[in-house]
Design a protein. Sequence first.
Length: 368
Amino acid sequence: MSPTAKKTTTAKAKAPAAKPPRAAKPKVVRAAVVGLSMGGHHAASLAKNPRAELAMLCDLDQERAKKMAADLGVKKITTDYQDVVADKGIDAVVVATPNYLHHPIVMAALKAGKHVCCEKPLAMTPAEADEMVATANKMGKLLMVAVNNRYRDDIQTLKRMIDAGELGKVYFAKAGWMRRHGCPAGWFGIKKQSGGGPLIDLGVHYLDLAWYLMGCPKPVSVFGSTYAEIGRRGQKGGWGVGAKDAPFDVEDLAIGMIKCEGGQTLLVEVSWATYVKGDYSWLEVMGNQGGASFQDGLRIFKDMHGTEVDLAPRYDTRMSSHTAEIDHFVECILTGKECISPGSQGAQMIHMLDAIYRSAETGKLVQL
């Protein structure tokens, strides 16, 4: 072609504009709650989580289930947890039943391919807890323990400070929850249904917090004492009950000391009924660069520039720990985020509580 020749081109048909991709439907966790007396908090939190759908409620009290379903807009209710387990549309189950039912329901849900969040304590015995953890691992499902106090913002604030080294090496922690009169009613005082008294009911919370803030070191030896001096007399109190109303064959006061692999020590004291000034709780954590206490809100104690300094961190108190706990459960399922309260730690706590009970029975140190 000569330099002056005109180029000829062939017009191409204009391609139709591509349609914008359809937005993917946000993935949600379809969840059920089994046990609505203690599980009411969990159900309410699931109902308001935008990444969850509260699909079914289960309780032996059908009227309670109907009322809660109406309040929260849930379409399906049942009185049999097997209906929850059999529902292929359910992704996750929250178990908030009496302690003796945790193991069978959690095992059934895990074997059916559900993620599970189980109320504390995870189980009544170490063997049960270990089996639950092993099954979750085998099925590739999340097993989380509902120890809501780990999710308090003051606890998370202190945990971040400890992890950042603000207290140095944390080597000692002590915690307790004492009631003057407060033996709970019903199954709580029946050992074959609860697994124990205030140690497994209250102690699981405060011992867990101390252990968690310390970094969950491996326990190696345990010494404990338990007493049943008041509850079995049928003395009524804040929660009302005792031998006059129902069998009561558990302790009303427990004390435990745990030594850990790194040399750290944990102390716990809990009671449902004992002659003290009133109902109160405490948690103190001590490190070689600072300490912390929750006696009057979170307080940090340090030496700075040659001066003793007491710090009062500010933290958000607007969200309940139960809501934060359930939101975390949903997030872990959807994103694979590391769980703050995994079943493996819940099982280790059962081993510690069981060792305190065994030490109390024998009067001897128990090696773990």
